[in-house]
Design a protein around this ligand. Structure first.
Ligand code: ADP
Length: 483
């Protein structure tokens, strides 16, 4: 019988406890699919003052303190009780650091100013806990820059020398954020010799993303195309991605097909019973009613953060051009972020009443209803490490209209090609998207073609099984290397 491999996922987010985007979805789903006979995967995140976390019962499993350069930071590790997530979930309760109502920012969107201190205390607390575990994990799997210092800490800080032989995997979900800070804050970090300082540095500052890339045993990104793009454009880290190519792999995310199941999803007005077109029609009708849209016209939706990477800055002009050019369709936008974009999108609602509407904010239920009720989902992303929305859309019979970039390239094919699943365009330009809309309207009018497309898209397999096995191969290889 193969020996069991224990993997501890260390992350800032995990669905359903704390989510701002795809990182949470991945950390909340992958471990479930890793938990097999010969693999045990657990997750630890900080303990935020968030509704879901506050409504659970937790049991303290460890208590300790870490030195933060000029004070001792106490912390407790708590384990979720009555757990049906499919993996053990732990939270690090670090008083004064994470007992706040937001993950990275307050409820008004103002980022917390002490991100460095918060996430250094989190990483140190997790390692202190691991040091005291009777059975230690075989692999520490760190996600994004918030946990990017851990591979360096365990390799080079004498304080964690007893963990130095544990392999680390570093996964980049979003390479835009590096979490950099100046050397003047070095006192928060555990002691290390000056000669290794270069291993957490990039261009003169301490760079947790670069540290994760340099010091982890294996580096993964959430799609292959994104890994290739990072070598060409990654905010100054291009050369580093080239340099570390030998240990890098792109693994496309999967989706949690139990949470995202058109047959059982409790957020939907209608679960799928009969045919796909019936499912779509029955979910489109109430959605159009809620937002005052015309159900006989194609409905194109956008769901996501109003950020430049997502191409959301283009949306106001796109809405204007779509309707001023007489495109016969509906547009519905769900999202939040940049206040200028929010304002611009809202201010056009009256001009195009009956065909256009917005919901500004974060609404998980509504997102599910839109995936089920819309005909098309627009993703004009400039950068898309993997993208989950297009996979949810496909599973719920909504045709993705996506820019050819990152994970979108790895998960959608154009309907102009054999077995195509969506509509693709090349540039983040209103004209390119309008052309895609033209194609969308054309296929929408061909009832037989759209029925076949929707039905075959809903059969596509984006479950985690395939991707999880690639992570398992990496863990097995590392465990062999470590012993
Ligand atoms: P990101 O770069 O934001 O992580 P992903 O495509 O990987 O992008 O994941 C986005 C996730 O967040 C999806 O589950 C999507 O449905 C969800 N999401 C984004 N914005 C909203 C919103 N305003 N309301 C509800 N869900 C949202």
């Amino acid at each position: 019988m193969p020996e069991t491999i224990g993997v501890l996922h260390i992350s800032a987010e995990c669905y359903p406890a704390a989510k701002t985007g795809g990182l949470a979805d991945v950390v909340g789903a992958l471990p479930k699919y890793l938990n097999k006979e010969d693999l045990v995967a657990n997750v630890i995140i900080p303990c935020y003052d968030l509704e879901w976390i506050n409504n659970q019962s937790w049991q303290q499993v460890f208590e300790g303190k870490v030195w933060m350069g000029y004070y001792d930071q106490p912390f407790q590790i708590m384990q979720l009780q009555d757990n049906n997530l499919g993996f053990d979930l732990f939270v690090a309760n670090i008083p004064g650091k994470f007992d706040r109502p937001g993950i990275y920012a307050d409820p008004f969107g103002n980022p917390y100013g002490d991100e460095v201190e918060r996430f250094v205390s989190f990483q140190k607390s997790v390692l202190r806990w691991v040091q005291h575990m009777q059975i230690k994990p075989d692999i520490l799997h760190c996600h994004d820059h918030h946990t990017g210092l851990i591979p360096f800490f365990v390799k080079f800080c004498p304080e964690y020398q007893d963990l130095a032989s544990i392999p680390t995997v570093f996964t980049i979900h979003n390479g835009k954020y590096h979490g950099s800070f100046g050397w003047d804050l070095r006192y928060f970090l555990p002691h290390f010799d000056n000669w290794v300082g270069g291993l957490i540095e990039w261009e003169g500052t301490i760079n947790p993303l670069a540290s994760g890339i340099k010091n982890s045993w294996k580096l993964t990104t959430v799609s292959n195309a994104y890994l290739e793009e990072l070598r060409v454009d990654s905010n100054g880290l291009e050369w580093l991605f080239h340099e570390e190519s030998h240990k890098s792999t792109g693994i496309l995310n999967g989706i949690d097909v139990n949470v995202w199941d058109p047959a059982t999803d409790p957020s939907l007005t209608f679960n799928i019973k009969k045919s796909a077109p019936y499912f779509k029609r029955e979910n489109k009708r109430p959605l159009c009613k809620t937002f005052g849209l015309n159900p006989s016209l194609p409905l194109v939706a956008f769901i996501g953060r109003f950020a430049i990477e997502k191409g959301a800055d283009l949306l106001p002009d796109l809405v204007y051009q779509t309707f001023e050019n007489g495109f016969e369709m509906n547009l519905l936008v769900l999202g939040s972020g940049d206040p200028t974009i929010q304002y611009a999108l809202n201010s056009m609602r009256d001009n195009y009443k009956g065909k256009y509407n917005t919901y500004i904010g974060y609404n998980e239920d509504l997102a599910h209803q839109i995936y089920a009720g819309a005909d098309f989902l627009l993703m004009p992303s400039r950068v898309e490490p993997c993208g989950l929305n297009q996979m949810y859309a496909l599973r719920y019979g909504t045709i993705p209209i996506v820019r050819r970039t990152g994970g979108l390239k790895d998960s959608v094919t154009d309907i102009g090609d054999p077995d195509g699943s969506g509509i693709m365009f090349n540039h983040v330009l209103t004209g390119d998207i309008l052309h895609a809309f033209y194609r969308a309207i054309e296929i929408y009018q061909d009832k037989e073609a759209i029925r076949d497309l929707v039905s075959s898209n809903m059969q596509l397999d984006f479950s985690w099984e395939k991707s999880a096995s690639k992570y398992i191969n990496i863990y097995q290889e590392l465990k062999t290397q470590a012993t």
